[in-house]
Design a protein around this ligand. Structure first.
Ligand code: 4GX
Length: 240
């Protein structure tokens, strides 16, 4: 899978692209990340990328020209390609959308700054607007990193067997059970006895109960869309 990021701050991406799961996947060629500096497509001696809003008001708006020219400069490697603008006005990003995007060959992420981008960029050159949540960032870059991280790890071969997908929170729509590792006692707090028992069935049931308890307690909204087994439903009715 290839990610193309259009941004005024390409340097923000280097540490993320070079390290961790993403870094390894890029080295292995399973992910390709290309950065385009929108300013390289601005015209004039001053390479201006923003201007004052028509109709007045505070703040600046990103000009259409540099963004659209930057998009034209991005090679499309496949028809399975989507141009995404990160904005609070977009579809709320979640694990379902991450899976949908992971099915593409190429994702072009446009990062806006200031008050936003000229609406004509959206009309003519953007396939989808995505928001990573209901809060205000100072630019789309942090949002693009979130999308690349969540989508990239769903691409086959990106996660090692060490950190596989299948146990993850949200893959069944529930929050995760608690995790413990050595030492057995830390600051007087013991690891739950069941986890030391070696009884794999007891451990499985305990973990499932913990996951269901946490979800019921902290994110009951998730239960409506969770993939629940008959055993899960029984546990939940016992908890209630
Ligand atoms: N999830 N922001 C983008 C500037 C902007 C505004 C409109 C394009 C259109 C955000 C979020 C987010 C702040 C990034 C405004 N660019 N992006 N920026 N929440 O808050 O994605």
């Amino acid at each position: 899978m290839r990610f193309d990021v259009l941004t005024l701050f390409p340097d923000l991406f280097a540490p993320f692209v070079e390290q961790g799961v993403m870094g390894r996947a890029v080295q292995q060629g399973k992910l390709v990340v290309r950065l385009t500096n929108i300013r390289d497509h601005a015209r004039g001696a001053h390479r201006v990328t923003d201007d004052r809003p028509y109709g007045g008001g505070s703040g600046m708006v990103m000009k259409a020209g540099p963004i659209v020219r930057a998009l034209s400069g991005v090679e499309r490697i496949s028809d399975r390609c989507r141009v995404v603008l990160l904005t609070p006005q977009g579809r709320l990003f979640n694990q379902d959308l991450a899976w949908e995007l992971a099915d593409l060959d190429q994702l072009i992420l446009v990062c806006g700054r200031y008050e936003g981008v000229d609406e004509r960029v959206l009309e003519g050159s953007v396939d989808q607007e995505i928001s990573i949540g209901d809060y205000v960032l100072s630019g789309g870059e942090a949002a693009a990193l979130v999308v690349m991280d969540a989508v990239g790890r769903l691409v086959p071969g990106v996660l090692g067997s060490e950190d596989s997908n299948r146990d993850d929170s949200f893959e069944d729509g529930l929050l995760e059970h608690p995790h413990y590792t050595r030492p057995r006692v830390f600051e007087g707090r013991e690891v739950p006895e069941v986890l030391l028992s070696g009884d794999h069935e007891r451990i499985r049931v305990w973990r499932r109960v913990q996951a269901l308890k946490r979800t019921l307690d902290r994110r009951p909204d998730l239960l409506e869309r969770a993939r629940l087994t008959e055993e899960d439903k029984k546990i939940l009715s016992d908890l209630a």
